[in-house]
Design a protein around this ligand. Sequence first.
Ligand code: AMP
Length: 288
Amino acid sequence: MLRIAIPNKGRLSEAALDLFHKAGLKAEFRADRALMARLGEEFQAIFVRAQDIPEFVADGAAEFGITGGDLVAEANRAEVVEVLDLGFGRCRLVVAARQDGAVDDPADLPDGTRVATSFPGLARRYFESLGVDIRVVPVSGAAEIAPHLGVADVIVDLSSTGSTLRVNGLREIGEILESTARMVGNREALEVPETRRAADEVSNALASVLRAQRRRYLMANVPRDRLDEVRKVLPGISGPTIVDVLDQGRWVAAHAVVEEGEVYRTINDLKALGAEGILVTRIERLMP
Ligand code: AMP
């Protein structure tokens, strides 16, 4: 049975399980708080810390894993390859300094700068690329306080809205990377055709759910003589689907997949063309 490592707690945990469930792979637990579960016919889910997942996948303890792109980059293991960008869990790894600090650009920091971070690998590589020789102060969380305690000059930490930095009297002076949740796989395992096929099937299923979440299915009855204009406001995947309505031929039903952000405008445009009976529904999965 193939193993997929999934975060057992934290920000990515619930979203990952929910995504598998929607893709038709529901975790079946034998007991409460179990760290393993059946996932469909073919897979076993193992629940571990997001930080440990790149390591587990690199070592082949699990063929696949779901974890943050930041953690994959920090682990920097050649055995771990990205299979799919899941798009959620978006955050940035940034360099931040005290609000009253004088430096506005990480490249201007002097050699010997002390950097508090739980991302020592990424911090080292980033400052190396800038030609700045740093000293890493390893912390496993709450790095924001370090510059105020005098144990570090700057921090390298995750930020999404920037409010945690602000509240802690820090300001961002540079960005190292942007991260989202990823599905990763073990490079060697992916060279086995059976495993590759399973990886493709899982990643296609997850991608179909993610694609569907950003779109809606829109149906409306429109006057047949306005069809040319309807086509312009309802682009669909390859044009709208037009279905006969069993009246005297005056109306047809137009169906199309519409981007979530376009639904409001499309409804108004359709109404202006005389549309009636407009219906908008969610889509479970979408495979182009
Ligand atoms: P956890 O520490 O288990 O909550 O997971 C942290 C992971 O969630 C990080 O490594 C990121 O990949 C992701 N993440 C998404 N947004 C944020 C955020 N605002 N702060 C920290 N981690 C985030």
